[in-house]
Ligand binder design. Structure first.
Ligand code: THG
Length: 262
């Protein structure tokens, strides 16, 4: 599974303050820790408080690029901020994200094509997030068709069924699992499935337990990628063990260490 580190996000106080005071070492330290924890990609989001999103995204991407060439997921709802982030981050990065709304797809898909980016697409349309898998899959099918029109392969498309906090939207988690399973049947080669995992536990009392349990369940349904906290060793151990038990890695007694080394 592809691990996208979630921690470079202005939603977190330390990053918000680092952006305001232009403190590079705080950002670079979090980037390094996520890489050490096993991140394959780093999410970069200036956060909702940013008044100068273009400037802040430029500073964040350049700051991360000083220490690593790993792919970044440029996390913004604004097309101009997205374009600048992807241009500075270089090819092979992730556009995070478009929704299934017509205007969003028409704005974001050409940017993804221009910068040869993979596309994360949320199963949201003008009516919001459907409560059931059927509605989410209908949006996903439309996204896949639209991506093909723009010359983007389904295998470069990451369908995000949008998990909501379990304490306010409990009925959504089985719908998300069903969407992950069924979106693989939309076409061949299939789109990939991704989640912003930590959303599921927001506002609850046992976040880490809920996150790692849901991650294992989603992996069983075919999850390919998660935006999550790679510094949570228990989460990463659960992911590695689930992949072992799904037959994705050959067993050896040191399977945790062996997986971490590659
Ligand atoms: N899908 C996609 N992208 C996403 C999300 C998604 N990007 C943003 C988010 N969701 C994933 N990243 C986070 C980052 C932080 C938290 C949750 C998801 C989080 N933050 C603390 C909180 O709200 O309690 C912040 C407080 C703090 O600790 O400082 O939990 O779904 N494609």
């Amino acid at each position: 599974m592809l691990v996208i580190g979630e921690k470079i996000n202005g939603m977190f106080k330390n990053i918000r303050e680092a952006i305001q005071t232009k403190n590079k070492s705080i950002v670079q330290d979090i980037a390094k820790k996520q890489l050490e924890g096993g991140a394959n990609v780093l999410d970069v989001n200036v956060g909702p408080a940013s008044a100068k999103q273009l400037d802040d995204m430029q500073w964040l991407v350049e700051t991360v690029r000083e220490i690593t060439a790993i792919p970044l997921a440029i996390d913004t709802t604004k097309p101009d901020v997205m374009e600048m982030g992807l241009r500075l981050a270089g090819p092979g990065c992730f556009l995070n994200s478009t929704t299934g709304e017509e205007e969003k797809l028409n704005a974001f898909l050409p940017i993804a094509k221009k910068y040869n980016s993979k596309v994360i697409a949320l199963t949201i349309d003008k009516s919001g997030i459907p409560a059931h898998a059927e509605g989410r899959l209908e949006i996903a099918a439309n996204i896949v068709a639209k991506a093909m029109e723009y010359g983007i392969e389904a295998s470069d498309l990451y369908i995000d069924a949008v998990i909501l906090p379990v304490n306010v939207a409990q009925q959504h988690s089985p719908a998300v699992l069903e969407t992950i399973k069924q979106c693989k049947m939309l076409c061949d080669p299939a789109p990939k499935a991704i989640l912003g995992l930590s959303n599921v536990s927001q506002g609850t009392n046992c976040r880490a337990l809920i996150d790692r349990t849901f991650l294992v369940m989603a992996l069983t349904c075919g999850l390919d990628a998660a935006i999550c906290n790679p510094m949570d060793k228990d989460l990463m151990d659960a992911m590695i063990t689930a992949e072992l038990l799904l037959g994705k890695n050959i067993y050896c007694d040191s399977f945790l260490d062996a997986r971490r080394r590659h």
